[in-house]
Design a protein around this ligand. Structure first.
Ligand code: CP
Length: 305
């Protein structure tokens, strides 16, 4: 039985096969509409979510399966003190596959070790968000036609942002990537990540100004400053609007640069930018359904002829 804890759980070749499947699902949705009939997905979300939980549910429903679960730890027996290990043992009796989000790093891994069904990490604290990374990679591959040979700017909360940490891990395996880390000093990319990049001989730069680096970027990955990861409200208030991508800044960018964002957005992208054809973040959310459909089929070892 296979779980998904990190984007690195799949080899580059396996990811290619997953993305080919997701692209086929996008083109031929009817072919897959009965693939999971009689099967159930449990969504166990101990933290808030709109996209991840609902796109997982949409994915299973599109495949003809059913869904059950909880969207708030307080409406589950976690509120009575039940451990994640006990919960997954019980969920294994009710469902065929489980997507779990948890505020504690490593909680989905603990669940996987006790589970009778495949467990998918749907985000664990500030650690990893592998299905967001699959979504990001599918979006880049589908819209740029390649996964390599580009300069990518990652902007905002690079310290706590699990989507950023997961994406860097995944992109490190492709050729010709240059990273530009754009953040205030307080939200810098952690040293353990830059150490890994140095060891792998991957080039990167760390800057504060978004405007200065706009002209060189092929991709700009914006992120939210996450109030829920701060220990102190004053720091959050000081940093929350540090970056705002505006139409003026977009004028400095390449004509084919893509703007990605895992969403939710707060203030970091002005709504006027949504009308720019380079704004890819809502399309990215749509790719999240296709890639989660492909992932469910892959982990359940279902082949559709
Ligand atoms: N991108 C993402 O994880 O969004 P949600 O928190 O809404 O699931």
């Amino acid at each position: 039985m296979r779980h998904l804890m990190s984007p690195l759980d799949f080899s580059v070749e396996e990811l290619d096969a997953l993305f080919d499947l997701a692209n086929d699902i996008e083109k031929n949705p009817k072919k897959y509409e009965h693939a999971c009939e009689g099967l159930k997905l449990a969504t166990c979300f101990y933290e808030p979510s709109t996209r991840t939980r609902l796109s997982f549910e949409a994915a299973m429903l599109n495949l003809g399966g059913k869904v059950l679960g909880f969207s708030d730890a307080n409406s589950s027996s976690a509120a009575k003190g039940e451990s994640v290990s006990d919960t997954i043992r019980v969920i294994s009796c009710y469902a065929d596959i489980c997507a779990m989000r948890h505020p504690k790093e490593g909680a989905p891994m603990v669940a996987a070790s006790k589970s009778g069904i495949p467990v998918i990490n749907a985000g664990d604290g500030g650690h990893q968000h592998p299905t967001q990374t699959l979504t990001d990679l599918l979006t880049i591959r589908s819209m740029k036609g390649r996964l390599g040979n580009f300069t990518i700017g990652l902007c905002g909360d690079l310290k706590f942002g699990r989507t950023v940490h997961s994406l860097i891990n995944a992109l490190m395996r492709y050729e010709g990537i240059h990273f530009v880390f754009i953040s205030p000093e307080e939200l810098k990319i952690p040293d353990y990540i830059t150490e890994k990049l140095k060891e792998a001989g991957i080039t990167y730069e760390e800057v504060i100004s978004l405007e200065d680096v706009m002209p060189k970027l092929d991709l700009l990955y914006m992120t939210r400053v996450q109030r829920e990861r701060f220990f102190n409200e004053e720091d959050y208030v000081r940093l929350k609007d540090f970056y705002i991508l505006t139409v003026d800044k977009m004028e400095k960018a390449k004509e084919d640069m893509l703007v990605l964002h895992p969403l939710p957005r707060v203030n970091e992208i002005a709504v006027e930018v949504d009308d720019d054809p380079r704004a890819a973040y809502f399309k990215q959310a749509q790719y999240g359904v296709y890639v989660r459909m492909a992932l469910i089929l892959t982990l359940l070892e279902i082949e559709v002829a």
